[in-house]
Design a protein around this ligand. Structure first.
Ligand code: GLN
Length: 276
């Protein structure tokens, strides 16, 4: 996307944001609103910080959440959470980076963050710990290896093969289930894992396909997706099971964002298409 289009997008969102802020009641309850996309009879919910939707995520997962050259947290999920907060008459804050495998426990424990919007796949295992919003994006896994390496899920399933993943992710689980003969290398940081392939430390990484494609295009031209794995995952927003009113309000906001074109705008901005 050209910087001009991006600026226009921000100008539009900025104006909408100012309106939403002006309408914020600062109580942590859903704001009264004349906007008919918003329901005002929502059950009440609690927030860690009054008037603020507080997010926690692992911030090395471009294009969903990452820290840009200016040190700002940006990405698809950031725009989405801002849009959700706006619909709820709240502002939005992101906590500092946290390892991916600590996110579900943090939400479950409560007190620190209201939601985790983190490119997180809805799974039965996680649903035992937290609730998830309605799905907001489809995703699959990809195997990343050195360009031209000819590796695939068959050749990687062999003794001596070092296959990296981000700890606690669905990619981590996929390796355990499908590459039992390889050595799995769980790491906290995606960039460190990809760098390890570049330098020959690891043979491959299993990671969400949109992230693999983005990181290769932006920073790792020496790597490629050698195999796509159609896992049929869906991303959702994790919310504490103790906060059903918040889950309902987030689902209402998500539906409104789908309906009024905001979701398509955000998809277009980060993926250059609405077909994702
Ligand atoms: N979607 C994957 C999962 O939920 C990876 C998420 C991530 O690394 N941020 O496990």
């Amino acid at each position: 996307m050209s910087s001009m289009t991006r600026r226009n997008f921000f100008a539009t969102i900025g104006a909408a944001g100012a309106l939403a802020l002006a309408g914020c009641n600062g109580s942590g309850q859903p704001a009264e609103s004349t906007d008919d996309t918003q329901t005002t009879d929502e059950a009440s919910y609690t927030l860690v910080k009054e008037g603020v939707l507080t997010n926690v995520a692992e911030l090395g997962f471009a294009p969903f959440e990452y820290i840009d050259d200016e040190g700002t947290t940006v990405g698809f999920d950031v725009d989405l959470s801002n849009a959700i907060a706006e619909k709820m008459g709240l502002t939005c804050e992101w906590l500092p980076n946290q390892a991916f495998d600590t996110l579900v426990p943090t939400i479950k424990q409560g007190g620190k963050a209201d939601i985790s919007i983190a490119g997180m796949t809805i799974s039965d295992e996680r649903l035992e710990q937290v609730d998830f919003s309605d799905p907001y994006l489809n995703s699959n896994q990809g195997i990343v290896a050195a360009a031209g390496s000819d590796l695939n899920s068959e050749s990687l399933n062999a003794e001596g093969m070092q296959v990296a993943c981000q700890t606690g992710t669905t990619g981590d689980e996929w390796i355990s289930e499908n590459l039992p003969n390889a050595t799995k290398v769980p790491l906290a940081d995606v960039t460190a894992a990809l760098m390890g392939i570049s330098t020959g430390l690891y043979n491959a990484m299993v990671i969400d396909l949109p992230v693999a494609q983005n990181m290769i295009a932006e920073s790792f031209s020496d790597l490629e997706v050698v195999e796509e794995i159609p896992t049929g995952e869906q991303y959702g927003i994790a919310v504490s099971k103790d906060n059903p009113g918040l889950l309902a309000a987030i689902n209402d906001a998500l539906a409104a964002i789908e309906e009024d074109g905001t979701m398509d705008e955000i998809k277009q901005k980060w993926f250059g298409t609405t077909e994702i």
